[in-house]
Design a protein. Structure first.
Length: 364
């Protein structure tokens, strides 16, 4: 692709970001927007919402004492906190009644694979919400995702997620996410690809990427901070890209070590980066600058597979996020794989991952 397709509407983006104009503009950005069509649940410590204009993806997380300070970036359909899966063929091409000559022709890059995402497609068409329910302490969303790099192409699959508070009164959210595949097209089902479990995009005012990457897990050894950036000349532009997170968590935080952590107790390798390093420190949900984190592992996705995984979102200091990761580790000791239900035999691959696909979004 030209990687500027990561930024719809910003064809002169690199010169703009490097200019004084950008530095002056970013001082005016407002991080306090709450999406207008958000469905929200809350406890005394945290608020979380799913956005109906973004396919029911998580577009809002805030500390209960600062409910207007949204930590999630939702500048396009490919950001938010959301499910995203990759499989053959490459490229994925399909014709529709609306686009008989092809609905997926070079919209993102010519060799983009099958890639349904929760938010919608690259042209801003949201995924369809099939079911939604909410109580005071949980939400459930069933959706039919769109193919990211196509025009209004619904996936032959559904996404299901349940959002709940596993620790009453604490700023911790648990999400159970499920892909229900029902593909009828012809493709190689055995090919493995990186899967983002999930993808999380944060706002620029929490620009520091923190994790633990050592071998003495859960012993309070010092954490590490990665330099985060975005190099448009690279095939995989996110920096640092792939990194070890051996306590199964990583976080974007501010200068006071406060921010948003992502825990996937089944994963020890994450992806990360920051889209516009010149813009660290300021920017809200609808602005281009964003941090990116995704726990990642490799799986094949057969046509009738059901794949479920769990992750946790935690608002707080690095010490608090790490404390919750330790508690979750103790409570969920189990085989470190996704939960598969499939008639065939599926192998879990080791954690020595080779570089895989770019994430979607307009830094997607």
């Amino acid at each position: 692709m030209g990687l500027f397709s990561y930024f719809p509407g910003f064809s002169c983006f690199s010169s703009f970001c490097g200019s004084n104009t950008w530095k002056e503009y970013r001082s005016c950005l407002n991080p306090n927007a709450i999406p207008p069509k958000e469905q929200i649940i809350k406890n005394d410590a945290i608020h979380i919402g799913v956005d109906f204009e973004l396919g029911g993806t998580i577009g809002y997380i805030a500390d209960a004492t600062k409910p207007k300070v949204n930590l999630i970036n939702s500048a396009d359909q490919g950001r938010e906190v959301q499910m995203s899966f990759y499989a053959e063929p490459v490229p994925y091409k399909v014709s529709t009644e609306e686009y008989p000559d092809g609905a997926c022709e070079d919209l993102f890059r010519g060799d983009w694979p099958w890639n349904p995402i929760g938010g919608g497609d690259i042209e801003g068409n949201p995924s369809d919400i099939l079911e939604f329910s909410k109580s005071s302490t949980s939400m459930h969303v069933l959706s039919r995702p769109k193919q990211w790099a196509c025009r209004r192409v619904a996936c032959e699959c559904t996404f299901s997620k349940t959002i709940e508070f596993p620790m009453p009164g604490q700023p911790v959210v648990k999400v159970t996410a499920t892909l229900n595949n029902a593909r009828t097209d012809d493709y190689n089902e055995a090919v493995i690809r990186d899967q983002e479990l999930p993808a999380m995009y944060t706002n620029a005012f929490i620009p520091r990427l923190i994790t633990y990457n050592g071998s003495n897990h859960f012993t309070n050894e010092p954490v590490v901070e990665y330099d985060v950036s975005f190099d448009n000349s690279q095939i995989f532009p996110w920096i640092p890209g792939r990194f070890p997170a051996t306590e199964h968590w990583a976080a974007f935080v501010n200068e006071n070590d406060w921010g948003l952590g992502l825990i996937n107790p089944a994963e020890s390798v994450f992806l990360g980066g920051f889209s516009t390093p010149d813009a660290k420190g300021c920017g809200g949900p609808k602005d281009v600058p964003t941090g990116y984190i995704a726990p990642v592992s490799q799986h094949a996705l057969p046509r009738d597979v059901t794949f479920t995984y769990e992750f946790y979102l935690v608002v707080g200091t690095v010490d608090y996020i790490r404390e919750k990761a330790t508690e979750i580790e103790a409570a969920t000791r189990r085989d470190r794989t996704g939960d598969w239900e499939h008639a065939g035999t599926l192998d879990q691959h080791d954690m020595l991952r080779h570089p895989g696909l770019l994430p979607q979004s307009s830094v997607t």
